[in-house]
Design a protein around this ligand. Sequence first.
Ligand SMILES: [Zn+2]
Length: 195
Amino acid sequence: MSSSYNSLIDHDVSPADAESIGNAIIELLVSERFLLATPSEQCVLNGLGYPPGPRIREIFANHESCVPFWEPNAINGVKVHAERYVNFFAFPQLQFAGCPQCRHRFPDGDGVIDQLYDSVATFVNDDRIEIISCPQCNHSSPSNAWRTEPDIGIAYLGIEFWNWVPFSSPLWTTSIPDLIHDHLGRTMAVSWGKL
Ligand SMILES: [Zn+2]
């Protein structure tokens, strides 16, 4: 079975605050009983993740039409990356990168995309943000200001929801990103990736 995930990315969080914000998001989802409080190794591909909780199936308009991702003994956990976060599994799905100044979109295969890939390595290895110049408008912008579809991160907090129904689906009656925004004041970019 191929696996995919929703990723919520906090582009504004500082490295110092990432862990506490990540913990607060998990506590919120546990308090709503959308997650179980005890992490396990069985529900994610590596490390630890939080399994879906008993109320998750209640926030779909028609849960019979959902893939029942919440069933036990599956890869369906929520994994927090409170560290340099790059959404690597989005790369094969990359459609474009957009200049933050002129909004021009560069398709996959463009030289700008190659620079973006290189900047990811610099971020992960050296914790440094490179500057990328736009061939369209000649403005230079930090690599983490470029907007990609799907969002590739280059941030300090990413939370992956493995094999959950896409957050863009109209089946959700409660929006997890909105819930986080309403309770914690964090704006999470919604992204995804696929193995
Ligand atoms: Zn531009």
